[in-house]
Write a protein that binds this ligand. Structure first.
Ligand code: PLP
Length: 491
């Protein structure tokens, strides 16, 4: 609007309608019905303010909701017309009404993607959550006695059945499970951990930090690559509260290594009447090798090998909602449940409602691959993704035009969330390169951004001078929506 000057500017400013006039105009009336007077009034003020700033060439960046670009190309007169302003008001209202937490297409190739919400829940869990959200439930009410109940009672016997543990309790996530366990059992005492297991999980979860937050003293033993049973044995003293093992997430130590397995460590601890706690992280309940996936130790195997406590996540390989499970010996679980932090870290009814049906699925392992969403995604054969990749490639190619080359290609997905970090799953997806064959990082980044700005954002990844869209997590129900969106992409 820089060309708008002097008297012309004053003439335009004079034409900006008053707030009340725009509020009562026929074009704004339908918005009142949809959004209510309060929100419409705020939007009208916002649009008129912005317009004045734009006219003065000083569009205040903070309040700029409709870009100044919209003004360009409009005859100078119409920008103050009511129908045009009503459109801007509607746009402001629609933008403010859009949910911030939105569903996206996860085409990163990482199935349990922490930044994209980890495990997707099966329908059984969704229905249970809806029920419990809209109706009263026996969350802490014992239906048999009519007296106050414990929310853990709803779910602990199911967890015990599936893990072989004596007792169980549930908190908000696995980080909370570890914090609570250490606080309840090791405050002001020592916890012995191998140096090779002092891991950072990401998002500021470091075992040494959690340990000090819990008021426990970390006693590191061994070296980064090698720890022997005698290292633990020599560290045990009067102040020892607990021996702890942390499952290697996110990384692998290879080469000249030695770690002490649980079945060696547990007898040592028990000889000294000390408990062993295992932070299993991903905590799967079944042997994944039966579906051709890499082996992960199950919770039950850890219990059998002598763990007194095992902590694990609900929303990693288990495939449920965000939660942290603590399972193990009844006397220790009792102590943990009595700690005041348990109250602060407890789960809500939504979590319990979602967790129960997911756990129930494990009772019918024959159907698990099909019914547990996480497992279904992890075990999809590459041929399935290939069929769709070959269908989608020409659609995306047409939308992107001649500057890009789209092809259907094999690639590898990852499980994610620290589970089995070095393992990769054969997959198939779309690969977009610059048509010239030259490197063009900027063009790819612009395209990647355009995909993120679609109505349902598409999240892929750029690697080796190409934008890669792994189709593993795009199931048949969403294929149509994805193709329709592809047609909207403008390179
Ligand atoms: C993921 C993980 C955690 C943290 O679990 P959250 O459920 O994300 O809090 C802790 N320990 C290990 C070993 C993990 O893999």
């Amino acid at each position: 609007m820089s060309e708008v000057q002097g008297s012309q500017l004053n003439a335009l400013l004079a034409r900006v309608p008053a707030v009340e006039r725009l509020m009562s105009s026929a074009t704004v009336q339908p918005l009142l019905v949809e959004y209510g007077r309060t929100q419409v009034l705020a939007a009208v003020r916002n649009v008129l303010d912005t317009l004045r700033h734009e006219l003065q060439g000083t569009a205040a960046q903070q309040r700029e909701i409709c870009s100044a670009d919209q003004l360009k190309g409009l005859p100078a007169g119409t920008i103050c017309d009511e129908p045009h302003l009503a459109e801007r008001v509607a746009a402001v209202l629609a933008q403010r009404a859009q949910s911030r937490l939105r569903t996206v297409f996860n085409l990163t190739g990482t199935v349990l993607h922490t930044n994209l919400g980890r495990a997707l829940l099966p329908d059984e869990a969704v229905h249970a959550v809806v029920e419990v959200l809209t109706r009263p439930a026996n969350l802490e009410f014992n239906l048999a006695t009519g007296s106050r109940g414990d929310r853990d009672d709803l779910i602990d016997d199911l967890i015990c059945e599936l893990t072989g543990a004596e007792a169980a309790t549930v908190v908000n996530n696995n980080a909370a499970a570890v914090l609570l366990t250490l606080s309840a059992l090791a405050a002001k005492k020592e916890v012995i951990v191998s140096r090779g297991e002092l891991v950072e999980i990401g998002g500021a979860f470091r075992i040494p930090d959690i340990m000090s937050r819990a008021g426990a003293k970390l006693r590191e033993v061994g070296a980064t690559n090698r720890t022997h049973l005698k290292d633990y044995e020599e560290a045990i003293g009067l102040r020892t509260a607990l021996l702890m093992k942390v499952h290697c997430s996110n990384y692998a130590i290879s080469g000249f290594t030695k770690s002490v397995e649980l079945d060696e460590l547990a007898p040592l601890a028990h000889r000294h009447t000390l408990p062993v706690a295992v932070d299993l992280g991903s905590g799967t309940l079944v042997d994944l090798a039966q579906w051709g996936l890499p082996r992960e130790p199950t919770v039950r195997e850890n219990i059998v090998a002598g763990a007194d406590l095992v902590t694990f996540s609900g929303d990693k390989l288990l495939g449920g909602p965000q939660a942290g499970m603590i399972v193990g010996r009844a006397e220790l679980i009792r102590k943990i449940k009595k700690h005041p932090l348990k109250r602060a870290l407890r789960v809500g009814k939504l979590t319990l409602a979602a967790l129960e049906p997911v756990l129930r699925l494990y009772r019918a392992p024959e159907f698990l691959r099909e019914r547990l969403t996480t497992l279904r995604l992890l075990t999809r054969p590459a041929a399935e993704m290939r069929t769709f990749a070959e269908r989608a490639a020409p659609v995306l190619q047409r939308a992107l035009g001649e500057h890009f080359a789209v092809s259907a290609e094999p690639m590898f997905s990852q499980i994610g969330s620290g589970a089995l970090p070095v393992e990769q799953l054969p997959s198939y997806g779309l690969v977009v390169r610059h048509a010239s064959g030259k490197r063009n990082g900027r063009a790819l980044m612009k395209l990647e951004k355009a995909l993120r700005e679609l109505p349902r954002p598409v999240v892929g990844r750029i690697a080796d001078d190409a934008l890669r869209l792994d189709l593993r997590c795009l199931e048949a129900v969403d294929e149509g929506a994805f193709l329709a969106q592809c047609e909207e992409v403008r390179a």
